[in-house]
Design a binder for this molecule. Structure first.
Ligand code: OXD
Ligand code: MN
Length: 651
């Protein structure tokens, strides 16, 4: 359950401002005339009260209102340089920001939902009771901005006017955070009041890095108050922990869709991209993958790239599935980004004319950034996320320090990417999505692509993602369940989220043509797991284009498929021409390896999921029905053909 505005808003408890008059008195006392003038354009009472309470709580020396004007954005850039949060690099418009060595990824163990007594949360989430969170905030956030300037920006998570867009306020003493917000989100200062009224809500985010020192990182907290859709973040700067317009507000949006927009909207950890099919037709995809599993690369493979991380989906009046990207920029992992796999991104990173904030890469003596896997000549020394670096340097535990952190990033506007469909991205009507994909880092079990035979089986594919841990979360390791690749961002009970998925994808509001094809994708199968003498991945990054290309044809009825217990599988003869078009040999022997069904592995997965979901309360019975049906069909196949079923046995 989610009850909005339940119990007290912590910001109001601490700031004690609960009226417009009270808010205005604080605002007038703390803003200079230029900033007061700017803020006078915002009339929303709740928003002004939020800002006033944040001022009372954080006690900044000054307050800067970011109206989104070119001058204001320039002020933020310069403030970041003056504070030393960013430094200029050799290339015009490029800067470097370093997060503390202990703050290089999402601090999952210090991230909590603020909940009320008796609320049921996702079994995969940490939560803290309201009273406890209040104690922390009183202790650590009161006066946290003394000596600093508080910056306040008004943004929209999506094109203004889109049915699934929601406005948000970002309040921070970090100019790096506001600078990143300006690149990643649409400043909607002029439209904030109208949007808050239209949607009936807005999100609020309050962050301060404090002194920004290692000693304080253990005290860092990322709190998300579900009931008041307000986040608090302290003593950290990594954007995944601080720019809570991103994953903080995504969580609120997931919550909102699960409890207030059932059968209307979904909020997903998905890229959005378009593929061009025969005759120039465009087919749009929305695809989920856990953090650090190549969503950015996959999205850019399309001819009409829209977004690489988040998607807001809804069913339009005409029965089509629509999507918008709540963001307008990319906070992308740079490890392994190179000319071969990411030509468009590399053009921005190594060319001219694109503003880029780099984080946690190596900077050489000439002011050029370097990162692992860029396939260029690498320097032997420089400055990186832990300070001076030289090849062979070891940390206190005698581990080799890599040239760049595995989770080092680049922040840039999406419209700089050559294949970005900028005009479409800004259309509040969204793009019509025909294909949904789910993927994870799965080295040994599922084939590269398979299509669900029904909406219910599609929901089961999303529910069943497993993936190897990546560098995007501090301290994560092993292979883990990653439901919908959205699990870290689902605040409420998983059962509620799942129920909302079943309801949405089975909705009668979809027209026959509007119902999406739902598929699983896996680029991570390895030779070792397919009985091959080869090593490493069984395919290459660039094969993604083929899997998406095949789904494009399938979704438009141009190719058939082979039926199997887990779903529909592609025919070799349909894949071959797609490989030809990326100039790649595709021997039948490789297809046979990729698409053979390893029954024991798949059944093990089904058992794992059945057991894990069996421990959650209230999971919809149809999930278990699907697992049971698939398992018995798989075992029947094993009976007939053995533990490894060749794809040709099915056709
Ligand atoms: C991200 C993440 O940064 O999911 O997108 O961690
Ligand atoms: Mn992400």
């Amino acid at each position: 359950m989610l009850e909005l505005k339940k119990n007290d808003d912590i910001l109001t408890v601490v700031g004690r401002i609960d009226s417009l008059a009270g808010a205005m008195a604080i605002i007038e006392k703390n803003l200079d005339s230029a900033n007061l003038q700017k803020l006078s354009r915002i009339k929303n009472t709740d928003a002004l009260i939020k800002v006033a309470n944040a001022i009372v709580m954080c006690q900044p020396d000054a307050v800067f209102i970011d109206s989104g004007s070119a001058a204001d954005v320039q002020w933020i850039r310069e403030h970041s340089l003056t504070k030393g949060e960013e430094n200029k690099l050799a290339k015009e418009g490029h800067t470097i920001h370093f997060d503390l060595p202990q703050d290089q990824a999402r601090l999952v163990n210090q991230t909590y939902y603020i909940i009320n007594e008796g609320e049921q949360m996702s079994s995969l989430a940490k939560s803290v009771l309201r009273a406890e969170a209040l104690e922390y905030i009183k202790k650590f956030m009161v006066g946290i901005m003394k000596g600093k300037t508080m910056m306040v920006g008004f943004f929209s998570r999506g094109p203004v006017g889109a049915p699934a867009a929601i406005p948000a306020i970002e309040i921070s003493s970090s100019a790096y955070v506001l600078h990143s917000a300006e690149i990643l989100y649409r400043n909607c200062f002029e439209h904030f009041d109208a949007e808050a009224q239209r949607t009936g809500l807005f999100f609020t985010n309050v962050h301060s890095e404090g002194e920004n020192v290692t000693e304080n990182v253990p005290n860092a907290r990322i709190f998300m108050d579900r009931s008041w859709m307000t986040t608090f973040a302290t003593f950290c700067t990594y954007a995944g922990n601080t720019l809570l317009l991103k994953k903080g507000n995504h969580r609120f949006s997931v919550d909102f869709c699960t409890y207030y927009k059932v059968e209307e909207q979904l909020s997903e950890h998905m890229f959005i991209t378009g593929m061009t099919g025969p005759g120039g037709r465009k087919t749009f995809f929305a695809g989920a993958a856990p953090s650090g599993c190549g969503k950015t690369t996959t999205a850019m493979v399309g001819s009409d790239f829209i977004g690489d991380d988040l998607a807001q989906l809804w069913i339009a009046e005409d029965g089509s599935l629509r999507a918008i990207n709540p963001e307008k920029g990319i906070f992308g992992i740079v490890e392994d980004v190179n000319l071969e796999g990411d030509p468009f991104l590399m053009k921005c990173l190594r060319g001219h004319g694109t503003e880029v904030i780099w984080s946690n890469v190596l900077i050489d003596k000439d002011g050029t950034p370097h990162w692992a896997g860029h396939n260029e000549e690498a320097p032997k020394e420089g400055i990186n996320f832990q300070g001076e670096w030289f090849e062979g340097k070891r940390d206190a535990d005698d581990h080799l320090i890599p040239m760049s952190h595995k989770n080092s990033r680049c922040t840039l506007v999406a419209s700089a990417i050559d294949n970005h469909a900028t005009e479409l991205s800004e259309d509040p009507k969204g793009v019509p999505v025909k294909v949904i994909t789910y993927s994870g880092r799965d080295g040994d079990t599922m084939p590269p692509v398979w299509v669900a035979k029904s909406a219910d089986e599609g929901v089961a594919i999303g529910a069943s993602i497993v993936s190897k841990a990546t560098a995007t979360e501090v301290g994560a390791s092993g292979v883990r369940r990653q439901p919908w690749a959205n699990a870290p961002f689902i605040p409420g009970a998983l059962a509620d989220y799942m129920e909302a998925q079943f309801t949405f994808f089975n909705s009668k509001k979809f027209s026959a043509a509007g119902k999406p094809v739902i598929a699983g994708l896996n680029y991570f199968l390895t030779h070792e797991n397919r009985g091959s003498s080869g090593k490493g991945l069984l395919g290459e990054k660039k094969d993604v284009k083929v899997w998406l290309g095949w789904l494009e044809l399938y979704a438009n009825g141009n190719v058939g498929a082979i039926e199997s217990p887990i779903g529909m599988l592609p025919r070799y003869n349909d894949l071959k021409p797609l490989f030809d078009s990326i100039n790649k040999e595709y021997p039948k022997s490789l297809y046979d390896m990729q698409f053979a069904l390893y029954i024991d592995n798949i059944v093990k997965r089904i058992d794992l999921q059945t057991e894990a979901y069996g421990k959650e309360g209230n999971i919809p019975g149809r999930l278990f029905d699907i697992y049971a049906k698939q398992k018995s069909a798989l075992l029947a196949l094993k009976e007939k053909f053995g533990a490894v079923v060749a794809i040709d046995s099915l056709s």
